[in-house]
Design a binder for this molecule. Structure first.
Ligand code: ADP
Ligand code: MG
Length: 396
C-alpha cells in the first residue's frame, strides 16, 4: 500500500523527522486558507498523487509542473485551481497520468543542497538497507545508472539494528560535519524507527535538504507498506486512497483475492501463487498472453470464485478464461459450483476452459457437465492452455 506525501508528513511528525509545515487542500478555497496560515513564508503548492516526478510532470491540459512556488496566498490558491481536478502525467505515472484530488500547501524552504535518502528491504540480503546519495532531488535511477559510485548502500542487521558507527560513517560520506552530522544522525535514526514501527517496505526521501541556515529537512516522501502487516496499523490503513489504485485490484482485495492486472487477453483463475505463475507461463508457451495473475487462495469459497469471475470480466481485453484448479485443500466441486453460478450470473459468452484435478474432481466435472453451459474441460495444464489459446484465436 502507498500513501500521499501529506499523509507521510503526519508520520514524519509522529516520529520527529523534521519536515516543512503545511496542510492539505481539496479546493482552491481550502488552499487559500492553508496558505494564509503560512503568512510571511514562501509557499509551495504540490499536487498529491501516488507517483514521483511531479516537479517535472505536465498536466494533460498543458499546465506545466506539479510542484510550484507561490509568493502570496492568492497565487497559491490560483495554482491549486490549475492543478485540482486535472490529470498529471509524470515519468512514473505512464501516459494515463493521475487525477489530482488534493494539493499540499507546504512551507517553502531555501535549499543549499539536495540529498537522497531511503530505507528499504534488500531482497538479496533479506534485511533493511539504507541508500543515500549526495545527488538528490533528481532521478535516482539516472544517478544509479550513470554514477553508481555516488550511491551509498548501508546494510542493517535486522536484529542488531542500525548502529551509531554506521550513522556516523554515512554522515561523513555525505559530507555532513558538526551540527549537520548530528541533525542527520537523529533524522536517520528516527526514519529507521519509523520504517520498522510502521512496517514499511520503503521510505524514500528525495530530496533531503540542507538549508542555508544549516537545517536538515525531509522535503518529499514516498512510502510503501508491507501489506501483510497492515492489520497491525489501522491508522495507516485509514490513509489508503483507492482512487489511486487499479479498480480491479481494489475489488479483488475486498474478497481477499490476489489479483494483478496484465496486458494480455487470456484471463486465468488459479488456486495457489505457484500454480498461477506456472499457468501464466504455459499460456505464453502455447502462444497466448495472460490478462492477469489471479490466485483465489487455498480455500476459496463459491462467493470468491464468483467475485473473481466478475473482476476478470470487468477487463474488456479478456477474450477467454482458463480456470486451473488443483483441489488439495479445496473441493473441486465447490469450485465447479462457483464457476457455474458465476457463468450464469454474468451471462458468460467468452470461451472458458476448465482444468480441474484432485479432491472430489469427479463430482466437480459432473457439475460442469450438468450445467448445460459451454465449458471445455481439460485434464492437464498443457491441454487446458493449448485449448484456451486455440479457442481465443479461433474466435478472433
Ligand atoms: P517530485 O519528486 O514528485 O518531483 P518533490 O517533492 O521532490 O516532488 O519536489 C520537486 C522539487 O521541488 C524538489 O526537488 C525541490 O527542489 C522542490 N521542493 C519541493 N518541496 C519544497 C519545499 N517545501 N520548499 C522548497 N522547495 C521544494
Ligand atoms: Mg522528489
Amino acid at each position: 500500500m502507498n500513501i500521499h506525501e501529506y499523509q507521510a508528513k503526519e508520520l514524519f511528525q509522529k516520529y520527529n523527522v523534521p519536515t516543512p509545515g503545511g496542510s492539505v487542500a481539496g479546493t482552491p478555497e481550502e488552499a487559500l486558507a492553508a496558505a494564509q496560515a503560512l503568512a510571511g513564508k514562501t509557499i509551495v503548492v504540490k499536487a498529491q498523487i501516488h507517483a514521483g516526478g511531479r516537479g517535472k510532470g505536465v498536466f494533460k491540459n498543458g499546465f506545466k509542473g506539479g510542484v510550484h512556488l507561490a509568493d502570496s496566498a492568492e497565487k497559491a490558491a490560483d495554482l491549486a485551481k490549475s492543478m485540482l481536478g486535472e490529470v498529471l502525467v509524470t515519468h512514473q505515472t505512464g501516459e494515463a497520468g493521475r487525477l489530482v484530488n488534493k494539493v499540499l500547501i507546504a512551507e517553502g524552504v531555501d535549499i543549499k543542497k539536495e540529498y537522497y535518502l531511503a530505507v528499504l528491504v534488500d531482497r538479496e540480503t533479506k534485511a533493511p538497507v539504507i541508500i543515500a546519495s549526495t545527488e538528490g532531488g533528481v532521478d535516482i535511477e539516472h544517478v544509479a545508472e550513470h554514477h553508481p559510485e555516488k550511491i551509498i548502500h548501508v546494510g542493517v542487521h535486522p536484529l542488531a539494528g542500525l548502529q551509531p558507527y554506521q550513522i556516523r560513517t554515512l554522515a561523513s560520506q555525505l559530507g555532513f560535519k558538526g551540527d549537520q552530522a548530528k541533525q542527520f544522525g537523529v533524522l536517520l535514526s528516527n526514519v529507521y524507527k519509523l520504517f520498522l514501527g510502521a512496517d514499511c517496505s520503503q521510505v524514500e526521501i528525495n530530496p533531503l535538504v540542507e538549508t542555508p541556515e544549516g537545517r536538515i529537512l525531509a522535503l518529499d516522501a514516498k512510502f510503501n507498506f508491507d501489506d501483510n502487516a497492515l492489520y497491525r496499523h489501522p491508522d495507516i490503513v485509514a490513509m489508503r486512497d483507492t482512487t489511486e489504485e487499479d479498480p480491479r485490484e481494489v475489488a479483488a482485495s475486498e474478497f481477499n483475492l490476489n489479483y494483478i492486472g496484465l496486458d494480455g487477453n487470456i484471463a486465468c483463475l488459479v488456486n495457489g501463487a505457484g500454480l498461477a505463475m506456472a499457468t501464466m507461463d504455459i499460456i505464453q508457451h502455447f502462444g497466448g498472453t495472460p490478462a492477469n495473475f489471479l490466485d483465489v487462495g487455498g480455500g476459496a469459497s463459491k462467493d470468491q470464485v464468483i467475485a473473481a469471475f466478475k473482476i476478470i470480466l470487468g477487463d474488456a481485453n479478456v477474450k477467454g478464461i482458463l480456470v486451473n484448479i488443483f483441489g488439495g485443500i479445496m473441493d473441486c466441486d465447490i469450485i465447479a459450483q462457483g464457476i457455474v453460478a458465476a457463468a450464469r450470473e454474468v451471462g458468460l459468452s467468452l470461451p472458458l476452459v476448465v482444468r480441474l484435478e484432485g479432491n472430489n474432481v469427479a463430482a466437480g466435472l459432473a457439475t460442469l457437465n450438468a450445467s448445460g453451459l459451454k465449458i471445455t474441460s481439460a485434464t492437464t495444464m498443457a491441454e487446458g492452455a493449448r485449448k484456451i489459446v486455440a479457442e481465443v484465436k479461433a474466435a478472433a
